[in-house]
Design a protein around this ligand. Structure first.
Ligand code: ATP
Ligand code: MG
Ligand code: FE
Length: 343
């Protein structure tokens, strides 16, 4: 089946056409990063305005590139949360209009489910499955017993990994979003600063990155006061070494407690080269080399419509209810299957 999928939760306006949740026919991504850079982060009002301008053009481009028309589609899918409420509402309004005008079922999609299902655009998935979800707003270990059954078994207590990258980026004078640049700097530097590995030794699967962020900022400020010059690449390398140690350490713990055949690494921080290089080696050293590690390609790690189409296919297969025209945004939407079952 063909799904038109819309993503507008943050600073990318994206529309894709996806076949059977695994083949990308088109994936148009209009990024607004240049408009937000000078503010050092995403400005919600600016994001909404850009989405309004870009969304219909992106939808038409997605159809054109896929060489299909609205008549060829079986459904329209849209991100309903989590994300910025004003930004989400633009995508939802467009999806409703398309659903109404072309009599297409409307599939509501959780953005984080989308990040995980980006992996299915490049790989067959087998269950149970583990996902390490590392993005701008989330750091979670998610266990999937079956397709679309998400159980959050580890979560961040404070900052998300991507958020920590972006915050220390400001201190280093790296433009937003800083992750990619810090990653490159880290490869030129050495792990010479002894930054903390928060909660690594604790017997749980949770994360914390605000202590690392504070240690980093304090180190830089102390050096400034003493008018010492620090090697920025070494700062970046030391910061990244701490993040990777914690992500890898907690993932190993999770895999030991929840045996799976596959590990999907998802979200913007999954683009990290250091993480890509080190994860498999550490799993092997921990005797977990039978776990197949799936990193989506870089262009599918950041926000995009295709991942929403991939997650929508799962919802369709599970006969989850369609939305109607009262569909609303849910900026803090959770996708914890276990929690939903309890409530
Ligand atoms: P969420 O998905 O949690 O709602 P988001 O959509 O803003 O948040 P993504 O678009 O998935 O997040 O990811 C963006 C984040 O990824 C930014 O914080 C960015 O700095 C980070 N990032 C991108 N590339 C890299 C990299 N190579 N290394 C580390 N971080 C990176
Ligand atoms: Mg983004
Ligand atoms: Fe995202």
């Amino acid at each position: 089946e063909l799904i038109l999928a819309i993503e507008s939760s943050c600073d990318e306006t994206s529309v894709a056409v996806v076949r059977d949740g695994q083949t990308i026919l088109s994936n148009i991504i209009a990024t607004q990063i240049n408009s937000h850079k000078r503010f050092g982060g995403v400005v919600p009002e600016v994001a909404s305005r850009h989405h309004v301008e870009a969304i219909l053009v992106a939808a038409q481009d997605a159809l054109d590139e896929a060489q299909v028309t609205y008549d060829d589609l079986q459904a329209v899918a849209v991100t309903v949360g989590p994300g910025l409420v004003g930004a989400l509402l633009i995508g939802i309004s467009a999806a409703k209009a398309i659903s109404f005008a072309h009599s297409l079922p409307l599939i509501p999609v959780n953005h984080m489910a989308g990040h995980i299902y980006a992996a299915r655009l490049v790989h067959e998935l087998t269950y149970p499955l583990m996902a390490l979800l590392v993005s701008g707003g989330h750091t979670e270990l998610v266990y999937l017993r079956a397709p679309g059954e998400f159980e959050i078994i580890g979560d961040t207590r404070d900052d998300a990994a991507g958020e920590a990258y972006d915050k220390i980026g400001r201190v280093l004078g790296v433009p937003y979003p800083a992750g990619k640049t810090i990653d490159a700097m880290a490869h030129e530097g050495k792990d010479t600063f002894d930054f903390p590995r928060a909660m690594l030794q604790e017997d749980n699967l949770d994360f914390s990155f605000s202590g690392l962020k504070s240690a980093f900022i304090n180190t830089v400020h102390h050096a400034e006061q003493k008018q010492e010059a620090l090697l920025k690449n070494d700062l970046a390398a030391s910061f990244q070494a701490s993040v990777i140690d914690v992500l890898v350490g907690k993932t190993i713990k999770a895999l030991q407690q929840y045996p799976v055949k596959q590990l999907v690494v998802a979200g913007g921080v999954a683009a990290n080269q250091g993480l890509r290089e080190q994860l498999a080696a550490h799993l092997a050293a921990a005797g977990l080399d039978q776990v197949e590690v799936i990193f989506p390609p870089l262009r599918l790690c950041g926000d995009n419509g295709a991942m929403i189409g991939a997650a929508a296919h799962v919802a369709l297969q599970k006969h989850e209810p369609f939305a109607d025209l009262t569909l609303n945004a849910d900026p803090s939407l959770s996708f914890d299957y276990a929690e939903t079952m309890l409530s």
